[in-house]
Structures are given as structure tokens and as C-alpha cells.
Design a protein around this ligand. Structure first.
Ligand code: FE2
Length: 381
């Protein structure tokens, strides 16, 4: 443990895009985070898109809600807390990095896959992982709101290690142990509305209980009226499996269907509901890779994962980290924050070693090509 450094890194959220991005001005940027790195120039800000909607709902919103102060909150997802690869110690390092933040977040939205995992593990091991997740997260000393991920459910897969009639199968076990009354719910904070949704939709198959990536009609119906009751408050939704995920494009795989297991099946009715209300952003997990997609006034942000490659090192360019979000009036900005954790592989982790070797080779080749491209002037090639 003592060889770990809790030095944190703030990393840019990428370049601005038309219309809705830009940096905070001095009012919000003069608060350097750890390591002396200023957040100026590293932030993305959402200002447009919601503007029209904000005006539509403005009178009601302004009368009903007083936004008395701006605040910071976190989106931490895909922690996959486990003892293997000392993932629980890595998660402890993550929580320590939160506690070291200069501007303390008001709360954290936990985006799912909190434990590793209920689908394929023995029940005792899953119970231990949930307990580790809870006890370590509790030391963060800020409220946190759990969102169910596909690895958080017990045995919803044909490769389950529990009997098909186990009374804890499905969402029950983790919800009981984390004290969750509902798998989808909402709350208000300083004039903003937050909705935590459940994308792990239980279905019965010939192999027993399973799940589909879907919100389902009942939840969508609840969402309609929850957002209606929010009366125009700026809103952030959290889902585990994304509404938008461009993994086919990212991997240049022409055979991967755009609507696959990485995307909820009912994303069309979902976004139609969101587009009727003052929803600023949807925070997504599951793919362990950052994406940032703006569509019809709503910002779909996928955070990198706390565990990167399930505590097996960098995952396709992303180290262990999470997202920090800040409000300013009805604007929202985000940046990603990484924490130092050196992966600790097990003797049998040959696949991880090979993946890390290939990544290193790729980066070396990139560097060689870059040097060539810089050193050889245009017209000389
Ligand atoms: Fe995950």
C-alpha cells in the first residue's frame, strides 16, 4: 500500500465542439486542483441545447427552485471491486484521490458494475466484493447513489454459479446489501434533478433468468412523470449501459451492429422522453472508454472506468479514473481525473500481459511514425 502514490492527474476532456463547448471563464477556473494543474482549458461546458428548453420551463423552474450555489459532483463507474489483482486496494486509492480533491464534491453518482461480479461468481465471493465496495466507498464521507450494472446482478446468465431458483438471484442481493429500495429513483440537489436508472432488464429464457440491456416500459413510464414533476429543473440521468456507444466505429468493425449489447434496446423512446424535458446530460458506463456525444440538446457522456481493464492495466488508452462535473447556473462542465495505480497482475494473467505488450508496441510505433512525420518536411516524402 505504501508504494502507492495518491498523486492525481487531471486530464482534458478533449477539444471543444461547435455550439456547446468551451472553457469556463475566470469565475470558475481559478481553482487549481491537485498537482497545481489548473482546470482552465481542460474542461468542457454545456451551455446550449438546453437553452431553449430552459426558457420553456424557465418560469416554473425559477419560481419553484432556487439554485443557491454551484457545486461539484462525481460520476464513478465500473469499479469492479475484487480482491484479484488487488482491485480493492486500487479502489481504495481511487477513494483517497477523491478525498484529496481541493474542491470537495457534494456527492458521487456510482455508475454500475460496482462489484466484480454476480453473473459468474460464487455467491460468497460476490458477497465479499459487495461488502468491500460498500466499506471502502463509505470512507469517502460524501453521499453516493448506486446505479445497477450488468455485473451487479446475481446469476442472470446461463453460466451462473448459483441454482436457478436461488431466492437472491437478480437484483435482490446487491440491493439488499447496499440498502437500495428501488433500482431506479431520483433526487434533487441544489435546484438540479438527478435520475438514476436501471438498464439491466430481467428476462426469462430457456436457460433460466437472464437480462437484456433495456429500460423497459414500466421504467420509461415512471421516467416520463418523474421528469414532468421535476418542473423544468436542469436534470442529469445516470445509466450503466449506454444510450449511445460507438464501439463499432471506434474499432472500425463493419460487422458490429450499431444496436448491440453495448446499447440499450429502447434508446429511442428514452431519448424522446429526455428531449421533452430539461435534461442536460446522460452519464453512461459499461464500455470503460470515454465518449462524448451531443444530440438534440442532450450531452451523452461515457466515463472511463475506475478499474480500467478490470484492474488489469490500461484499457484501450484509458487508465483508472472517473469524471468530475461542475455546475454553473444551468451549465454543466466535466473533466476526467485519473489516480495513480500500478496494475498488479496475477500469475495466470497471460492475456493481460499480452494486451499490455501489444499496447506498448503500438505506442512505440505511433511515436516512431510521429517523429518521422515531424522530421520529414512536406514535399520531401
Ligand atoms: Fe464494467
Amino acid at each position: 500500500m505504501n508504494r502507492l502514490s495518491f498523486k492525481n492527474r487531471i486530464v482534458n476532456g478533449s477539444n471543444g465542439k461547435n455550439g456547446h463547448n468551451g472553457n469556463y471563464g475566470t469565475a470558475a477556473s481559478g481553482n487549481p486542483d491537485t498537482n497545481g494543474l489548473s482546470r482552465r482549458g481542460f474542461m468542457k461546458t454545456l451551455t446550449a441545447g438546453g437553452a431553449g428548453l430552459a426558457l420553456l420551463g424557465g418560469c416554473t423552474s425559477a419560481q419553484a427552485v432556487r439554485r443557491d450555489a454551484d457545486f461539484t459532483f462525481l460520476h464513478m463507474t465500473d469499479m469492479h471491486v475484487r480482491r484479484k489483482r488487488k482491485g480493492h486496494e486500487g479502489y481504495r486509492a481511487c477513494i483517497e484521490s477523491v478525498k484529496a480533491m481541493e474542491r470537495a464534491p457534494d456527492f458521487s453518482l456510482m455508475g454500475g458494475d460496482m462489484a466484480f461480479d454476480g453473473l459468474y461468481n460464487e455467491k460468497d465471493e460476490f458477497a465479499d466484493q459487495i461488502e468491500l465496495y460498500k466499506t471502502i466507498t463509505d470512507t469517502m464521507d460524501i453521499p453516493y447513489y448506486n446505479c445497477i450494472g450488468n455485473h451487479d446482478v446475481l446469476g442472470l446468465n446461463s453460466r451462473r454459479k448459483v441454482p436457478v431458483d436461488d431466492p437472491d438471484i437478480g437484483h435482490k442481493m446487491i440491493m439488499d446489501r447496499l440498502g437500495m429500495d428501488r433500482s431506479y429513483y431520483s433526487f434533487d440537489h441544489r435546484g438540479w434533478h438527478f435520475v438514476v436508472l436501471d438498464t439491466i432488464h430481467r428476462v426469462e429464457t430457456e436457460h433460466g433468468p437472464s437480462y437484456e440491456p433495456r429500460l423497459g416500459e414500466e421504467q420509461l413510464e415512471w421516467l416520463r412523470f418523474d421528469l414532468g414533476a421535476a418542473a423544468g429543473r436542469p436534470t442529469v440521468c445516470v445509466i450503466h449501459i449506454a444510450a449511445f456507444c460507438h464501439i463499432g466505429q471506434i474499432n472500425a468493425d463493419p460487422n458490429l451492429p450499431s444496436m448491440n449489447h453495448m446499447v440499450i434496446a429502447d434508446n429511442l423512446p428514452f431519448r424522446h422522453i429526455l428531449e421533452r424535458h430539461n435534461v442536460k446530460a446522460v452519464l453512461q458506463g459499461h464500455s470503460h472508454q470515454i465518449e462524448d456525444f451531443y444530440f438534440n440538446g442532450i450531452w451523452y457522456i461515457t466515463s472511463q472506468s475506475v478499474s480500467a481493464a478490470w484492474w488489469g492495466g490500461n484499457w484501450r488508452g484509458f487508465n483508472p479514473g472517473y469524471t468530475v462535473l461542475e455546475t454553473r447556473d444551468e451549465e454543466l462542465s466535466w473533466y476526467r481525473r485519473e489516480f495513480d495505480w500500478e496494475h498488479q497482475l496475477e500469475p495466470e494473467d497471460d492475456l493481460e500481459r499480452e494486451r499490455i505488450r501489444q499496447r506498448k508496441e503500438f505506442l512505440q510505433e505511433q511515436e516512431r511514425l510521429r517523429a518521422d512525420e515531424i522530421n520529414v518536411g512536406v514535399g520531401e516524402y
